[in-house]
Write a new protein. Structure first.
Lengths: 113, 117
């Protein structure tokens, strides 16, 4: 079946540091890949997505590239802010059938001033 | 656009009672709605998938008689937790995929925190 593996948190960084959150996946076929963010006390929000190999999703300074050869979709940001503190979920959706999302375990990011 | 609401946001009930949670797509028609459950500091686990006008598809291990899902229209799905028990306490989240947009993107509601006493 499909699965998503994320690096465990929490990740604690100082403001303006570089962020990488690793995500690898196992899936049949060619899934779509997503990063969702959950701010404290709020629901999940789509951060970015990529639907085919070599696509790069980007939003709010975050980027992730769909790497089929390494089955990865690592999230990066060049300079984090305190407001980026949240839980980040990597997810995939099969491009056939029900298209339900399979989530990774989530990575909590804490950015300190 | 692509806003999904849930009601109520929080509910506390006594053991043995039933609780209904509504999920609405406010500005789009949802082809499919999904219900997830999230335990504290854990990821989301898919409970069921529902399409308008048809029976929901439940994930393995989810009791369909306990978690009743109704998808009456293209903008509304409901989850009813029947005869709730303390172990049903959790954060329930719905999502919807839009009929006229990329069907591989889901838009999430803010979640409903259920506490069963």
């Amino acid at each position: 079946g499909n699965s998503v593996t994320q690096m465990e948190g929490p990740v604690t960084l100082s403001e303006e540091a570089f962020l990488t959150i690793n995500c690898t996946y196992t899936a049949t076929g060619y899934p779509s890949l997503f990063w969702y963010v959950q701010y404290p006390g709020e629901g999940l929000q789509l951060l970015l997505k990529a639907t085919k190999a070599d696509d790069k999703g980007s939003n709010k300074g975050f980027e992730a590239t769909y790497r089929k050869e390494t089955t990865s979709f690592h999230l990066e940001k060049g300079s984090v802010q305190v407001s980026d503190s949240a839980v980040y979920f990597c997810a995939l959706s099969a491009n056939t059938g029900r298209r339900a999302l399979t989530f990774g375990s989530g990575t909590r990011l804490q950015v300190q001033p | 656009g692509a806003v999904v609401s849930q009601h109520p946001s929080r509910v506390i009930c006594k053991s043995g009672t039933s609780v209904k949670i509504e999920c609405r797509s406010l500005d789009f028609q949802a082809t499919t709605m999904f219900w997830y459950r999230q335990f504290p500091k854990q990821s989301l686990m898919l409970m069921a998938t529902s399409n308008e006008g048809s029976k929901a598809t439940y994930e393995q291990g989810v009791e369909k008689d306990k978690f009743l899902i109704n998808h009456a229209s293209l903008t509304l799905s409901t989850l009813t937790v029947t005869s709730a028990h303390p172990e049903d306490s959790s954060f329930y989240i719905c999502s919807a995929s839009a009929r006229d947009r990329s069907t591989d993107t889901q838009y999430f509601g803010p979640g409903t925190r259920l506490t069963v006493l």
